[in-house]
Design a protein around this ligand. Structure first.
Ligand code: C5P
Length: 314
């Protein structure tokens, strides 16, 4: 890697800042299979990207640095353990370029919330650094690098609504007529650890205390095709919900309050503790969010819609 190559790279890459928006995800169906020898669970999940976004800006620099503002500022490590930094290094290693960039995150996705915020930032860093460095990888190549960073990261490159299999990293888009779904997202005071939630589910299953596994995604896909929120509400499901409720019993009250406020259904998002509620329309979502906020069953309730695109330059 000589100075001439670096000049060439500079010509190919962006000279100004690159800004990328990336969504949060919820799982409309999260079917958790057995624990595999590699420590992951086999998943059968339907991912859905919603309009709560983080924004990552990448600028040229002489080293790799990360700063942040917004949700979790001051709590999130900004060193080599941060997924955005790991993503930039992974891309640089793959493409054979120096991992030099100044990254800045504006976070709205809560930390450890079951909304894949860390994975979203990794996806954003891949897309932003690819443009900044002019490495010009395809979405599929980026998704392959993404898979090594975390099970949810490939989905956040693609966005929309998609089937996730394997440990979640194998993603195929759902081809359905476009429908916008309206959600209320109840953010909890404190996060839950994803690996701990999976271990809790294993423990509950061994003790015979977990619900029946969800199984096939057929009903969910049929519901998406019908484009009726009442039908979709009946098809939502999450095998990790029992684990999240065992770890945070107060979430039962949050789910109840959302349904009492008129939500068609409420589920724990991913490994929790965020709860998401499906509303009949945008106006209903607004009303439910106001009611949930005043019911004092969550830190805050926000409205969102989906599906939205994955990590995109803006
Ligand atoms: O893939 P990711 O690093 O996001 O996963 C975090 C943790 O969640 C894993 O280390 C594992 O404990 C758990 N996990 C799992 N099965 C999956 C995905 C995640 O057990 N399919």
């Amino acid at each position: 890697w000589g100075p001439d190559d670096e000049d060439e790279q500079r010509r190919r890459g962006a000279s100004g800042p690159v800004r990328v928006r990336v969504p949060a995800k919820v799982n409309l169906h999260l079917g958790v299979g057995p624990l595999r020898p590699d420590g992951y669970h086999e998943l059968n999940t339907v991912y859905h990207a919603i309009s709560i976004h983080d924004e990552l800006t990448a600028r040229r620099g002489d080293t790799l640095t990360l700063t942040m503002e917004g949700e979790g500022a001051g709590e999130l490590a900004l060193d080599d353990t941060n997924l955005a930094i790991r993503a930039a290094r992974a891309l640089a290693g793959y493409a054979g370029v120096p991992p030099h960039a100044r990254l800045h995150l504006r976070k709205q996705i809560p930390l450890a919330g079951g909304l894949a915020g860390g994975s979203a930032d990794a996806a954003a860093a891949l897309v932003a650094c690819d443009a900044l460095w002019g490495t010009g990888l395809s979405r599929d190549e980026l998704a392959r690098i993404a898979a090594d960073l975390g099970s949810d990261v490939p989905f956040l490159i693609h966005g929309g609504t998609a089937l996730g299999t394997g440990r979640g990293e194998s993603v195929s888009p759902v081809l359905a007529r476009p429908t916008t779904w309206h959600w209320v997202v109840a953010v909890a005071d404190a996060g839950l650890s994803t690996p701990v939630a999976y271990r809790e589910l294993d423990r509950l299953r061994e003790a015979g205390a977990a619900g029946e596994p969800l199984g096939s995604t057929d009903a969910l896909f049929a519901a998406l095709r019908q484009r009726d929120p009442r039908v979709l509400a009946a098809a939502l499901g999450n095998d990790l919900q029992d684990a999240a409720l065992a770890m945070r019993p107060s979430l039962a009250g949050t789910l109840k309050a959302g349904e009492a406020a008129g939500a068609l259904a409420g589920i724990v998002s991913g490994s929790g503790p965020t709860c998401v509620f499906l509303a009949a329309d945008a106006a209903d979502a607004e009303r439910i969010a106001v009611e949930l906020t005043s019911a004092d069953v969550c830190r805050e309730a926000r409205t969102a819609h989906g599906p939205v695109p994955g990590a995109r330059i803006v």
